[in-house]
Design a protein around this ligand. Structure first.
Ligand SMILES: O=C(O)[C@H]1O[C@H](OP(=O)(O)OP(=O)(O)OC[C@H]2O[C@@H](n3ccc(=O)[nH]c3=O)[C@H](O)[C@@H]2O)[C@H](O)[C@@H](O)[C@@H]1O
Length: 440
């Protein structure tokens, strides 16, 4: 039967919203019913389509998370366990989770632990604060020595819980941080994210682990801020930070104290003094000066307001590593009971809480640093000497290390000249130079 063409006012009610009900007859009822069921079918179809789209989306999400996840699975756990296994002949080996393992200090500490037969698992987020390819190269070096480095962030509580569940780490060497004093002006949030939030996430995971590991972590000489008493001793005031970086490190010292006090975590904080050496950090002065001198580019040398030279207690990486290992070896066990839950972790007694300066005890001015580099590089620097901008720098640092010497047997042995010699040798070889000329 040929369908009657719909009259115009059936399609478009003359008064919007006002359908002329009185004109609905039997045939229209059928048509209406037919269109209702069509609408119902359409609605059903749309619901099914939406549901299948959503489940497809969640499938895509889950699988992409699974595919992109850099951790998890039986094979991964096996690798973690193998890397964490100590191999020391004296059976005194420790198992250390090193955060920031692809960083400068982290990679050196991980290697040193591995070389003496301790178990080491690394964790690093490979962020792009400086060239991540250098971090990848450090990771390759570590894996060639049997150290497995997990790619992940200390803010990832699930990852931390998993790592501490898979292995009963005796120690955590927490070196992951947002470093750099002056960069805090540009990116303050990154300091809060890594040095405050990341630290708390790590401490939460450690407090809940059973057994609880002892924690050794990197504070900084920058906590002394505007302190003028020299040399800097651990008991000096540290409530005048000159940069947000310093403030987050100082906050870290207070935060770790809280976890020590409430949960019995054994804590050792190390105030590093301007650490330098091979595989170093490209953002630091000695490294960027070397790069610029070799490339014939100018360097900027800061000086104090009264034209005084700035000075640092530059400390060679091998000395710092010895201080780190001695800290791990003398760290007492945590005293908390482990286990999660709100307030469910009780300490059985007071736990160790220590803070040490790890410096070199002989400050050197920045112009002297430059002249030592010039000698090792056999090239002259193009220097721009400018007044220190007010961006967080302090005029000088100088460590008193008697406490570390007494408790850790810490005794630095490399002076700046010898240390920079080793650094320059590494730099030329790593970046493919033959004495000032780059091999291409
Ligand atoms: O000891 C520490 O706690 C800190 O040491 C270094 O911080 P900093 O001493 O400022 O090291 P550099 O950035 O290498 O600067 C060394 C000296 O060179 C100066 N400098 C730096 C850069 C530049 O272009 N020109 C220049 O004269 C600085 O003012 C400073 O006096 C590290 O970068 C921090 O992460 C660390 O926490």
């Amino acid at each position: 039967m040929k369908m009657r063409m719909l009259e115009e006012d059936e399609l478009f009610p003359s008064t919007p919203g006002k359908v002329k009900i009185e004109r609905v007859n039997h045939r229209q009822f059928h048509r209406c019913f037919a269109s209702t069921s069509t609408m119902f079918l359409w609605a059903l179809f749309l619901v099914a389509l939406t549901a299948s789209y959503l489940s497809f989306q969640s499938f895509v999400d889950t699988s992409s998370r699974y595919l992109s996840a850099s951790w998890g699975g039986l094979h991964w756990e096996k690798q973690i366990r193998a890397s964490a296994q100590p191999h020391r002949a004296d059976a005194a080996g420790i198992s250390v989770l090193v955060t920031g393992a692809a960083g400068f200090v982290g990679s050196h500490v991980s290697l040193a632990l591995r070389r003496r037969g301790d178990g080491v698992v690394g964790l690093d987020n490979f962020n792009s604060y400086y060239d991540p390819s250098l971090k990848k190269a450090r990771k390759s070096l570590l894996s060639s020595h049997g150290v497995f480095v997990v790619e992940g962030d200390v803010n990832d509580d699930k990852l931390l819980a998993k790592l501490l569940e898979v292995v009963d780490f005796t120690h955590v060497m927490h070196l992951a941080a947002q470093a750099g004093v002056r960069y805090a002006i540009e990116n303050p949030a990154s300091y809060v994210h890594s040095n405050i939030a990341g630290l708390v996430t790590l401490l939460e995971a450690c407090k809940s682990a059973d057994p609880q590991p002892a924690i050794v972590w990197a504070s900084s000489s920058s906590v002394y801020g505007l302190n003028e008493k020299v040399p800097f001793s651990e008991s000096d005031r540290t409530d005048q930070p000159a940069s947000l970086y310093a403030a987050t490190k100082k906050a870290g010292e207070e935060i770790t104290h809280t976890y020590n006090h409430i949960y019995g975590l054994s804590i050792t904080g190390l105030r590093f003094f301007t650490v330098y050496g091979p595989w170093g950090r490209p953002d630091m002065a000695y490294f960027s000066f070397t790069r610029n001198i070799l490339q014939g580019k100018p360097i900027t040398v800061y000086r104090g307001k009264d034209h005084s030279d700035l000075a640092r207690d530059f400390t060679y990486i091998d000395d710092i590593v010895k201080g780190c290992l001695a800290s791990l070896d003398t760290a007492e066990k945590s005293t908390g009971g482990g286990g999660g839950g709100s307030g469910g972790v009780k300490k059985k007694g007071p736990a160790q809480y220590r803070i040490f300066n790890l410096g070199n005890t002989s400050p050197v001015t920045v112009p002297t640093l430059v002249s030592i580099l010039e000698r090792h590089l056999r090239m002259k620097a193009k220097k721009n000497v400018v007044e220190m901008p007010g961006n967080g720098d302090v005029p000088f640092t100088h460590a008193n290390i008697s406490y570390a010497r007494a408790e850790l047997g810490y005794k630095p042995t490399t002076n700046l000249d010898a240390g920079l010699g080793k650094f320059v040798k590494w730099y030329l070889s790593y970046y493919g130079y033959t004495r000032g000329r780059k091999n291409v």
